[in-house]
Ligand binder design. Structure first.
Ligand SMILES: *[C@@H]1O[C@H](CO)[C@@H](O)[C@H](O)[C@H]1NC(C)=O
Ligand SMILES: *[C@@H]1O[C@H](CO)[C@@H](O)[C@H](O)[C@H]1NC(C)=O
Ligand SMILES: *[C@@H]1O[C@H](CO)[C@@H](O)[C@H](O)[C@H]1NC(C)=O
Length: 413
């Protein structure tokens, strides 16, 4: 007993002396560390605030430039959710085998009769029967999906949302208004690995998924509703995409309230998917292997003596819209676009355009028209909800953007 107490004392005393000196030093060190980290947090928050303020100032300036320009064809309204162009580091892995499978399928569609007949229909349609302005919502007023404005929220799913919107419109149009369901963006987003993810993707592959795997119903009360948060903005910044990507997954099951069909029985299929306009597709993971996707306009171009003109290209795109319904459109979004309020959007300047591109975006094309100066514009539905832009819809003059290789895609049932 005693021995052990002695030992305790013996070992305790020097410790006590050590703490006598060490404790105040430690407390001082902890205090310094605390002050330093608080200081760092403060400096960092000041930096972020300064960045937000500087961005707001810069973006407000863009808005002012649009509205003060007497020649401007559109009106801007400062949107506090506007983003500045920067590298958001949105890189996705690529599966060469899976992409090549889809690519081969896209080539094969061009050998099928349905495609040959489709191209023939487009070529033979009399140009003078195309109206000067056109709105799919009016022509197919019995198809409510055409007016539906989706909200992609905090996921870079524009490619899926636009493609699935085109699918719903075309399913309704083809059924003469008897099939009225919305399709599920979530089905493409979660279950089509080759199509893309919350960091972006390819609408042509999403339309090919409609052919290959089919689409189930979506909307709020269909088989698979959209699950991504929309509270992060109108639109959400690409900065939130990587975090939300973590919650993306494939669920091959309908939500409980959807008792109509089982997932597999709920699938609706198309027969062919296609790109209208010449474009490439990256096949390999390292991005080095690329191939030209066969396209409708590419095919028509080959049968012509002279290279196809922009006017002729637009006539084919219009005929496709007029006869078969909406298509997707992919285009680069400059910073000022996010502040669009009304009118016919054009980039404020072509100068340093690439430096202002926030991201490439995909929307649903539903019509066209002629601006006061006679210039052609497209009418499109965005995926930022009804409160963005002109009730979720916008008009755009793409003359200065054609050179970037805009993409127009669709499918037939
Ligand atoms: C790539 O795609 C192929 C074909 O769809 C699939 O069998 C394979 O598992 C995929 N590989 C990876 C790593 O996901
Ligand atoms: C399509 O539906 C409309 C009514 O919504 C009807 O008047 C028309 O005859 C239908 N057309 C065909 C080809 O069934
Ligand atoms: C049309 O074909 C010509 C060659 O015949 C080519 O130079 C041109 O880029 C093609 N245009 C399109 C839009 O594919």
């Amino acid at each position: 007993m005693l021995k052990s107490r002695e030992r305790r004392d013996a070992s305790g005393r020097p410790k006590c002396g050590f703490w006598h000196i060490a404790a105040p030093i430690l407390v001082t060190l902890i205090a310094i560390a605390l002050v330093v980290s608080l200081l760092l947090i403060y400096v960092n928050s000041q930096r972020i605030r300064r960045e937000i303020d500087e961005n707001a100032e810069y973006l407000n300036d863009l808005v002012r430039k649009v509205n003060e320009n007497p020649k401007s064809t559109w009106k801007a309204k400062f949107n506090k959710f506007g983003s500045k162009a920067k590298d958001y580091g949105l890189k996705s892995p690529r599966n060469e085998t899976a992409i090549t499978e889809y690519f081969n399928l896209l080539e094969k569609f061009f050998e099928w009769d349905i495609m040959k007949n489709h191209i023939k229909t487009l070529q033979e349609f009399p140009v003078d029967e195309l109206p000067e302005s056109f709105d799919s919502r009016e022509k197919w007023s019995n198809c409510p999906s055409i007016s539906y404005v989706p909200n992609q929220g905090g996921c870079g799913s524009c490619y899926a949302v636009a493609a699935v919107g085109v699918a719903a419109d075309r399913a309704c149009i083809q059924s003469n208004g008897t099939y009225k369901a919305l399709f599920s963006d979530e089905d493409v987003l979660g279950c089509c690995a080759v199509c893309g993810n919350c960091l972006g993707g390819d609408p042509l592959k999403a339309l090919t998924y409609w052919v290959q795997e089919g689409l189930v119903t979506g909307g709020r009360d269909g088989c698979r509703p959209y699950s991504f948060d929309t509270s992060c903005g109108v639109p959400c910044s690409p900065a939130v995409f990587p975090e939300n990507e973590k919650s993306r997954g494939c669920v091959r099951r309908c939500q409980n309230i959807y008792y109509q069909n089982k997932y597999d029985d709920d699938k609706h299929y198309a027969s062919i998917a296609y790109s209208m306009y010449p474009r490439g597709m990256t096949l390999s993971a390292d991005g080095k292997k690329r191939a030209q996707v066969p396209t409708i306009i590419g095919h028509i171009n080959k049968t012509m003596e002279e290279p196809i003109s922009l006017d002729e290209i637009r006539t084919i795109l219009k005929t496709e819209l007029f006869l078969f319904g909406p298509t997707t459109m992919a285009f680069p979004v400059p910073e000022e676009f996010l502040h669009y309020a009304e009118g016919v959007f054009r980039p404020i300047t072509e100068e340093k355009f690439n430096d202002r591109v926030v991201y490439w975006h995909v929307v649903r094309l539903i019509g066209w028209g002629k601006d006061k100066d006679g210039a052609h514009y497209w009418l499109a539905v965005n995926s930022f909800g009804r409160n963005w832009g002109d009730n979720g819809v916008f008009k755009i003059n793409v003359d200065s953007m054609e050179k970037f290789g805009l993409e127009y895609e669709a499918a037939l049932i």
